[in-house]
Design a protein around this ligand. Structure first.
Ligand SMILES: [Mn+2]
Length: 234
């Protein structure tokens, strides 16, 4: 049997929390508020200081400088008086973690697939334009862990006014791929772990919203620890 301890967190928004050690540190995005150069550099320093053997990062809609394609447009709106170097910042981050942008990494036989993209919301970074129906076909078959910034529909996606804002096409696709774990953030007020269909199935997928901050951007939650195991077939 091989086992990896995953320590998952999201939506730290330029605050830094103590994180317990484990095999893989996973950040599901929104490590900055505005994608400013100094915020990204501070995050990189924090990341480098963590003892975990493997580190996986997926950016979020606030980490705008890392959305290379959309940045020229976002810069006009949000960074008009700054002169950051998105390519360099992206490279600096890649140098200290597995940065997953619709891509995967395999660690000790487990496949992790990640995407920073979520449904359109106030024209931030990494937004899926129009329907997400085809977008999630990018998720690779055989993924053991799926990491997205935004939640799927029904699990960890309830806002403070009670509405569910998760992505219906994402949950459909995740249930087809059948990873062991789907971890995400995005909706701060819906922190927690949820079993697929109440844990009824033996192979129920675990859904985890690991937002550290609440909806008022106060640190309220702890990183979520998950033990990923596989019993070797004989
Ligand atoms: Mn956030």
């Amino acid at each position: 049997m091989n086992q990896l301890t995953l320590v998952c967190l999201s939506d730290t928004h330029s605050k830094f929390v103590d994180v317990q050690n484990g095999d893989v540190l996973i950040h599901c995005g929104d490590f900055t508020n505005w994608g400013h150069e100094q915020e990204i550099k501070d995050f990189i320093s924090w990341l480098k200081a963590q003892p975990h053997k493997h580190k996986i990062v997926v950016p979020g809609n606030h980490d705008i400088t890392l959305d290379i394609e959309k940045y020229p447009q976002l810069k006009q709106k949000l960074h008009r008086y700054s002169n950051f170097n998105p390519e360099q910042l992206l490279q600096d981050l890649k140098d200290c973690c597995h940065l997953l942008i619709n891509s995967s990494v395999t660690i000790e036989g487990f496949k992790f697939w990640g995407s920073p993209y979520s449904q359109e919301y106030c024209d931030w970074a990494f937004q899926i334009e129009g329907s997400s129906q085809q977008f999630w076909d990018k998720i690779e078959e055989g993924s053991d862990v799926i990491i997205t910034h935004g939640p799927p529909y029904f699990y960890g996606d309830k806002t403070s006014n009670g509405s569910r804002v998760g992505d219906k096409y994402l949950i459909e696709k995740v249930k087809k791929i059948r990873p062991k774990l789907h971890v995400f953030g995005g909706i701060h007020e819906s922190y927690g772990g949820y079993e697929e269909d109440g844990g009824y199935r033996d192979d129920a997928i675990k859904f985890v919203n690991c937002s550290i901050m609440d909806e008022k951007f106060k640190i309220q939650n702890k990183p979520y620890v998950y033990h990923l195991t596989r019993i070797n077939e004989i």
